[in-house]
Design a protein. Sequence first.
Length: 305
Amino acid sequence: MKPGIRFMLFKYLEFKGKTVDGKMYTIKNPLVMLRKKGTIELTNGDKFTFNKDNKESVLRVIFFALNNGIEFGNGKYQWKFDPENEIIETHQGIRFKMQTIGLLDETFLYQIHFSGLDLRGKTVITAGAYIGDTPLFYSYYGAKVYAFEPDPNSFEKAKENILLNPTLKDNIILKNYAIGKDGEIEFPIEEDSGGSSIYKVNVRNKINVKSISITTILKEFNISEPYLLDLDIKGSEFTVVEDASISNFQRVRIEYSPYLLNQTDKTLEFLIQKLKYYGFTKFRVFKHNNLRFDLTYHGTLEAEK
């Protein structure tokens, strides 16, 4: 059996026993997934037509919906799906291309980046902007956002998604940069850059991208009172945290990944001690998804003065 078929059947079986409000919520006609084109029907009546060109994206949308219990509709707190234009819209009204559904659950359902209901007048720097979800999230709450994404494919997707949201885009400045030290780095190019890291050694395709420090960002963009620094940069947080300009921020959020460095001195506690040195006094450590890992291995660190 081909790997793709195995994956689809596995996903079907994974959701076969899951219920929402006591009702079965799964794929009603799973065998259609084996075809190049067709219409997948869910047990709640939702239908998704696919062809050989968009099949993978349609399946991502379906599995995303099943995994999170989302039933697309026009209700106040429901997500919307426009199959004709291939657009997903969150319950906040933020729009994304279907092909970039990515980690929208973490950002818009579980809101792991939440930093206050009113961010007007506040400046956020977010690194690892991915498909534009994080900068759009902060802009939705009123922040001025400087967003950085080194992967060229994700950068283009982020640009496209930001343009889909005209009421939010003017608050966002997006740059195709890595965050770390000033200069240039080799960055790995993967099919899905959500887990890309300069510390991955087994990636063949790499590209040279501009790298910029926090100190330079504050200077070049004339940011005098930054509010939040949000880092999702897969190991490079241990480089960024050496930049004393972090002391200018009121809040810092770091998705930390010490396992990528595999260095005994680069740990969660190392990050906490650095932030304490910069004047941060309040800390929170938490898991941001349901993957199986210990908090010493991977997680999110939030600090506040």
